[in-house]
Design a protein around this ligand. Sequence first.
Ligand code: E4P
Length: 218
Amino acid sequence: MQIYIDTASIEDIRAASDMGVLDGVTTNPSLVAKEGVDFHDRLKEICDVVPGPVSAEVVSTESDGMLEEAKPLLEIADNIVIKLPCTVDGLRACKHLSSNGVRVNMTLCFQPLQAMLAAKAGAFLISPFLGRLDDLGQDSMDLIQQIRTIYDNYGYETKVLAASVRHPMHLVECALVGADVATVPFKVIQQMMNHPLTDSGLKKFLDDWAAMNTPSSG
Ligand code: E4P
């Protein structure tokens, strides 16, 4: 499964990239607003650090505006992926962009038919949101499973990108049901390598080693 980082923080992106397992980046207007930086400048910085797909979201709600916004974003770097909402206008813009060789990430996906239409419109990525569905008491993993089955049944090449990831168990379940990618906050990326038994086991090895190599006072 590919791992993207879900942030616009350049420090977190650098730190995750240094771990050697980062495949791409997703941003959204809320994440960029949190940073208080120029959107295009930040995207350029991100693309200089990460060679994989970097999703940049439009804020227009009509397809013509989405296509206009996409033009300068695509000039930033070759690895920019245009992120569009799962609406009829988003679908129309997706079809236009993907027909012209542009990679599109269809975001805010909450039901499988949105994913089916996004695939038919040529999307490169579909982003079902896990945490936001869980918040409503729905089982978000059902959605991932349904999209996986539909895509496999018809041979759609759109990649399933699990978004709105909140904790490591989301990632375990995504990997088990066959999501292609998960986009993950930096905190959860760090949690992926954590286990208290790893820490206590390592401490015991090092303590035993140090004791063996410490000359006895007697
Ligand atoms: C990523 O593409 C999404 O915008 C992001 O994962 C949404 O996460 P949230 O539900 O935690 O805001």
